[in-house]
Design a protein around this ligand. Sequence first.
Ligand code: PFF
Ligand code: NA
Length: 457
Amino acid sequence: MTEKRSSVHGEWSSGLIFILAATGSAVGLGNLWRFPYLVGENGGSAFIILYLACILLVGLPIMIAEVTIGRKGRRSPINSLRLVARDEGISQKWSLIGWMGVIAGFLILSFYSVVGGWSLFYTFEALKGGFSGISSDAASSLFEGLVASPGSVLVWHTVFMVILFGIVAAGVKRGLQRAVTLLMPLLFLLLVGLVLYGMTTEGFGEAMTFLATPDFSVIDASVFLKALGQAFFTLSLGMGAIMVYGAYLPQENSIPVSTGWIVGMDTLTALLAGLAIFPIVFTVGMEPGEGPGLVFVTLPIVFGEIPLGLLLGIVFFVLLSVAAITSGMSLLEPSVAYLTESTGGSRVKSAAIIAFLIWLLGAACGLSLNIWSGVTLLPEKSIFDSVEYVSSNILLPLGGLFMAFFVGWMMRTHTVASELDTHHHHNLFLLWLYVTRFVAPAAVLFIFLNATGLLAF
Ligand code: PFF
Ligand code: NA
């Protein structure tokens, strides 16, 4: 048996910190912005049921596989895959999965930072009292004005990237760990506060009815695929973010137990976000099927109307910003870890270089919403939309598929079993192995083929 390696970047102080950090990665715009509007548009709880099935059958097993590679390799995703492949006596070309992840991380963070910048802008708007009595036209033009202004988009995107740079440059213990121990409790406090408030509103009953009455008539193959894609994005799977966090997990902590917590917390947060947002939306008589504007256009109107709304607006957008920051950190870390490993140079320098390159690409995404809106990369898709499409719909599912394949089929079963420490739960291990080998790859292949149009419904 090969010796256990230790991380060159430092380790989390405890398994609990790993859970906090990975939950920080998972909980983000995906939960608070994307999940509620997808539910609103796709049949309420019918969508939630499909989504939960995908989380359990695809998300959890792939997360276990991803953390296993990370903790075995103890390096950036590229080098972890290379080292694990070497230990297992198979081709080191498997490190290409890590390269794909680095590219996906670059692409995702570039547009994620633009939207993260919007949440910072809205936080300041809320603090200034800008939502007070805002009409729906004024709320729409606030959002459209922001997006149409190259200056504002660039400024807030820059602020967001500088914050991420500061945290990641400070290192695993002094930067990432400190940020999550401070921010994650705040995040849960704010979210619980919002839910409790939602329960006191008159819209709560209507929201519960909406959430408890599944509309199965809207479910078709494309809705199923959206649920599967959302499961992937929300759990930060397929690009190495969770893998690199796993590389810093102390050896004595259990991977299945930790990942169980992370998946549980992410799912709970998405559901709580729904519970917090829908009652507020119903209270002012708005529709849940608003689409992507639900958070940025609908909520400010609501906050401008209801009692305590101005305070709630601040709470909500601080929550959104914090969630976006802890996710953004995990998108930056894999490539910063890799550059630090390959140059042997300082982490600060690597973080500066990578953050700058992502900032550039992000600037292009931001400008493609206004002055460069005519520029297309993929046919009929702006730079922003092309980058989002390629990363979320192609690179993440493909990355997850390869990772599941690598752990399920290429690694020796006893290596995997020893890393997962499953002697006492042999049947659970076999169940996981079966799902990782067959069920998860089949499901992912299915979304991938559909997303690329090779298989149409
Ligand atoms: N999971 C994050 C969210 O739900 O907002 C987004 C994300 C973070 C995706 C990190 C991918 C990733 F590697
Ligand atoms: Na998420």
